[in-house]
Write a protein that binds this ligand. Structure first.
Ligand SMILES: [Zn+2]
Length: 249
């Protein structure tokens, strides 16, 4: 048996559980169902998808997008702008707008914060967000303000944004996204006092449906002191206000 994870999985397609599928995507769905692994649009499934598998999955998604274009009666053979669109879509989903489903969590080196002069204050990081709603696959653009009360370890400042982006690059609901970011930040920092405030515009309200020019939506998730202590909560929102006054428009 090969030690290569990809080869093993591909070989296994032929015989695993007596199940045989022409498409790798079907085999992986079968495997996740068997393991009771949830694979909703906002879920990370990186433990099932290797880098090598992604190439095959992109080929399979290309074939499927070609069919969608055909069903939409778009002449992808003669229209030069639609030639190659199916592959562009497949690559964009896997490598960009949904990459947070297939990539493992960003490595965040934790630095100890337990000396005598340890930092005990609040930390508020502003992260740009690019996401997509799982209902219409329309862009969700905005910012997340992530606050923690420093615990026994600290992570690099850029890691907050990397973690937030990793959560955002999936099909999400803004409410879920705030929860996901709060959970992953707590995991990476060991902090139990966490606040996440997201402000975003939604393509599904601007480009279709009510066609609102401004669709700004705010969501807040507060844990620990951010929820239970009024002065912590106030400090968090005062900090956000300061950042908003400072941020370039
Ligand atoms: Zn939507």
């Amino acid at each position: 048996m090969s030690n290569n994870k990809n080869e093993t999985a591909l070989d296994a397609m032929a015989g695993d559980g007596g199940y045989e599928e022409a498409y790798l995507a079907d085999y992986l769905r079968f495997k996740m169902k068997r393991d009771n692994k949830r694979f909703w649009a906002g879920d990370n499934i990186s433990e099932y998808v290797t880098e090598e598998m992604k190439h095959k999955l992109i080929d399979e998604a290309t074939e499927a997008f070609e069919l969608v274009l055909d069903r939409l009666l778009i002449d992808r053979e003669n229209d030069p702008n639609s030639h190659g669109t199916a592959r562009r879509l497949a690559k964009m989903y896997f490598n960009e707008i949904m990459s947070g489903r297939y990539e493992p969590s960003p490595a965040a080196t934790a630095f100890p914060n337990d000396s005598e002069d340890r930092y005990e204050g609040m930390l508020v990081v502003r992260s740009e967000l690019r996401s997509m709603c799982s209902h219409h696959h329309q862009p969700v653009n905005g910012v997340a303000y992530i606050g923690i009360i420093a615990a026994s370890k600290l992570i690099g400042l850029s890691k907050y944004t990397r973690i937030a982006q990793w959560c955002a690059r999936r099909g999400t609901l803004q409410e879920e996204l705030a929860n996901d970011i709060a959970r992953e930040i707590a995991k990476a920092t060991g902090a139990t006092d966490v606040g996440v405030y997201i402000q975003a515009t939604h393509g599904c309200c601007e480009n279709r449906g009510i066609m609102a020019h401004s669709s700004l939506t705010q969501t807040t998730v507060l844990k620990g002191a951010f929820k239970n202590d009024q002065s912590t909560k106030k400090e968090f929102f005062d900090n956000i206000k300061l950042q908003q006054d400072f941020a370039p428009r």
